[in-house]
Design a protein around this ligand. Structure first.
Ligand SMILES: CC(C)(COP(=O)(O)OP(=O)(O)OC[C@H]1O[C@@H](n2cnc3c(N)ncnc32)[C@H](O)[C@@H]1OP(=O)(O)O)[C@@H](O)C(=O)NCCC(=O)NCCS
Length: 147
């Protein structure tokens, strides 16, 4: 199987909007409102986060967004996988490739994540990838990993 990480482009807007508005993704997000196509497009155009697409056999199936701090070289990420591709262990491959991409292409030194305390899958994934939980606040675990 061929796996790839690439930058998001405007042709990804319909897929990424439907993934973003999926009830399970909204439940695990910090902001959980449904967003419109216009709001989604504005975020794509004007929010300066790095936005990456994960492909399996040339099919888009996941999204990773990393907030940018060019001074500290620390980034905070959030991610999801399309429902069609869930439960197959693909997130470990997606996130491992993304960590490599962020280190090599953007020279990131550290990745951070805020994970809801009831998001068992994400907690498992962050531990498996070597993230360390630094503290809990407001029902969020704050994870970091040095690259
Ligand atoms: C998190 C997400 C990307 C994982 O996708 P996935 O690859 O389909 O997840 P999988 O079902 O393959 O499970 C991944 C791992 O979690 C484990 N897992 C699944 N359910 C679990 C549970 N209830 N408790 C602990 N671990 C669990 C799986 O066994 C698997 O472990 P392994 O890879 O070591 O074998 C996906 O569920 C998603 O998009 N969720 C909504 C958005 C989200 O939560 N993003 C993270 C925000 S910080």
């Amino acid at each position: 199987m061929e796996f790839k990480i690439r930058p998001m482009n405007s042709t990804d807007l319909p897929d990424t909007l439907s993934w973003r508005n999926d009830p399970e993704v909204r439940k695990t997000s910090i902001t959980n409102d449904i967003i419109s196509a216009k709001e989604h497009e504005a975020m794509f155009l004007y929010n300066n986060a790095i936005k990456l697409i994960f492909e399996v056999e040339n099919k888009s199936c996941g999204y990773i967004q990393i907030s940018v701090d060019p001074d500290t070289k620390k980034g905070e990420w959030a991610f999801h996988i399309s429902n069609k591709y869930k439960g197959k262990g693909l997130s470990t491959i997606m996130l491992s490739l993304a960590l490599y991409y962020l280190k090599e292409k953007y020279e990131y030194k550290e990745i951070e994540a805020n994970v809801k305390v009831d998001n068992k899958v994400s907690i498992h994934l962050h531990s498996k990838l070597g993230f360390k939980c630094q503290y809990e606040r407001d029902r969020l675990y704050y994870y970091t990993k040095k690259l």
